[in-house]
Ligand binder design. Structure first.
Ligand SMILES: [Zn+2]
Length: 111
């Protein structure tokens, strides 16, 4: 077991979605209390962005790049899962995607 100083603990603190993908965090957890209604302009905008590897939640985290499709299977899988959860308007699924992604990001992609 390793002994952390409080300074190290601060450095090692896991990132939250707010820090990983701030734009999508604001969309999903900001002022809006529910997901956009299907087939409204906002719904289409989010839907197309979630369907676009560089613009979706995962893409934002990777600096609006889709390169993770080739380099990280888990990010690629989660990207599709987010799109499906949004399409199904499932808050429970989205919450699950967010938790899995944040955990994955902190394990694999944050320094
Ligand atoms: Zn990944």
């Amino acid at each position: 077991m390793r002994v952390d100083t409080s300074l190290q603990r601060e450095v090692d603190r896991p990132l939250t979605l707010k820090e990983i993908s701030p734009k999508w965090f604001e969309r999903l957890y900001g002022k809006r209390e529910r997901l956009p209604f299907p087939l409204t302009p906002v719904w289409f905008k989010w839907y197309f962005e979630l369907d676009s590897p560089a613009k979706c939640v995962i893409g934002e985290a990777h600096g609006y790049s889709s390169s993770y499709e080739q380099t990280c299977k888990e990010c690629d899988r989660l990207g599709w899962s987010f799109g499906k959860s949004f399409f199904l308007r499932s808050h429970a699924r989205l919450e699950n995607d967010v938790n899995q992604f944040v955990l994955h990001w902190n394990t694999k992609h944050s320094k």
